[in-house]
Structures are given as structure tokens and as C-alpha cells.
Design a protein around this ligand. Sequence first.
Ligand code: ZN
Length: 312
Amino acid sequence: MKALLAALVLVPTLAVAQMPDFAKVQVTSTPVAGNVHMLVGAGGNIAVSVGPDGVLVVDDQFLPLAQKINAAIDKLSKEKIQYVLNTHWHYDHTGSNPVLGKEGLIVAHDKVRVRLASEQKVFGNPVAALPKEGLPVITYDNNMSLFFNGEEIRLTHMPSGHTDGDTAVYFTTSNVLHTGDQFIVDMFPFFDMENGGTVEGYQRNLEKLLQTLPSGVKIIPGHGPLAGKAELERMVAMLKETITLVRGHKDGGKTLEQVVAQGVPEKYKSWGNGFIKEAQYLEFLYKGLPGSARSPATPAPAPAPAPAPAKK
Ligand SMILES: [Zn+2]
């Protein structure tokens, strides 16, 4: 049983290699607020700003969906795509870059360009580099603003969270935030530790974001339905609770297999129905949190001999 459990935990999530049936995918559009619309198809959610300056797109899913994404944008505006922003490098958010990048300028964090320009690995599986026309042509190392369609669009680097190059995109007048995968709704998050992601950074980024967000903000998550502050607070509460739980287990000398067997609190079981399953999530926390994990098989070092009583 123990061996089986260990095998289950250590096998990489296969979902990464499973692609949707693109022929069946429909790309639909919903108005969010102000200039901003949200497109849903397969892969990461897309934000589209339309107005007098033209079209700005945040994330673009998979290459086979490029024509459907373009068709959905055409229904919102006949203007040209001026900018394509990438929240991070993952292929379910940047796949249509080579098509959309022929029309608009691709903008992303420095590290997104570096990762897109050469082969990467996710769960050990190779991900090919994008051709030149799919690479960002404007990059930044921390924050940047674009002034477009009558509002400031603020790009803020979210370091060492989901990956090392994530950006939160905030439309200041529309009061809409696109988080990329630095936030998803009621599902366990993915800390891409092969690509600079960390558990504690992910938590820290969200806590900071919560402090700065105005009330009434509409949040387009990386995956899942349109959300608000309440959903973000729910994610932060879940992270706090499960991180404290796993840290306690590690400090108590529990093995990864024991932590997985014990599981998350009942109220969070349904969070494992997304891309990251419960066992995988617990493995991320166990391996990703600093601490002195002791295996029960390894005896603790013998205590130092007591000092000789001082002479009176
Ligand atoms: Zn991602």
C-alpha cells in the first residue's frame, strides 16, 4: 500500500500531455467591465480591451485556436490588434502568439521571452521554443504601464509564484484584473518549481495583491470563472491553512506518503477536481516548503551530553 501510494504521488501529472479536442472547442466572449471582455475557449482565460486605440489582448491559449480567437475578437471590434500581453510563458497562455504576434506587439516579462525562446520542461516533458514571430518584442524586469483605450493598464511582476515570470495586468479605470495562473478559482494552484515557481512566493504575491485591490474589482483568473475579491480571499485562506498543516506534519517527522494519506481538510477536497489533484498539491507543499523534514526511519541526533554541574 505504501509503495503504491508513493508511486501515485511521484508519477507526474499526465494532464499536462493531454490536449483538448480543438475542433470541438468554442471560443465565447463575455463583457466584464469598462473596455474589457473575457474570452473562454480551452487553456487560460483571455482578456480583450476594445476602444478607440484598437485592441489589446491578454493571453492567447493554443495555436490551433488562433482563428477562433481572432473571430471572437472581430465580433467585439474591427480595429487592429495593437498589443498582445502574456501573463507568463506556459503554452496554454501563449500558444497563439505566432499568429497574433504578426498583427500586434507582444509584451511580457523578461523571463517569459527567455523561456519562450528555448525548449523548456513542464513535469519533465519537453515544451518546444516558439518561432521568432511568437516571441515578446517589448519586455520589462519589474513593472510597466501602457496607456491605451483611455486608461492606464498596469503590469506588475509577481515573482517566484506560479513561475518566475508572471505578471498581473490591472485595467485601472475598468477596474479589472487579469491574474494569469498566479490565481485560479477554487482549484489547487500549480507551483511550477521547474520554472522558478515557489509555494511561499505564490502565497506572498496573493497577499500583497489583496491589500492593493479596490473593492468591486472584477478578476479574470488564469482558469475558472470570472471572480472577485471574495474568491481571492478564499484562495489565500486555503493556502494558509494547508501550508500550516503540511509544515506541522513535516516538523513532526511525517513522510510524504503519510501526509498524502492524511489528506487536506474535508472542505478543500473538491479543490482537487482541477488540473492539480490533491496528492500532487500536497507533494508540492511537502517538497516546496523549507523545513527539516525527518524520516521516522532516520533517528534524530543524540542530544548533547548535559554540561557538568557548576561547582559551588
Ligand atoms: Zn500557467
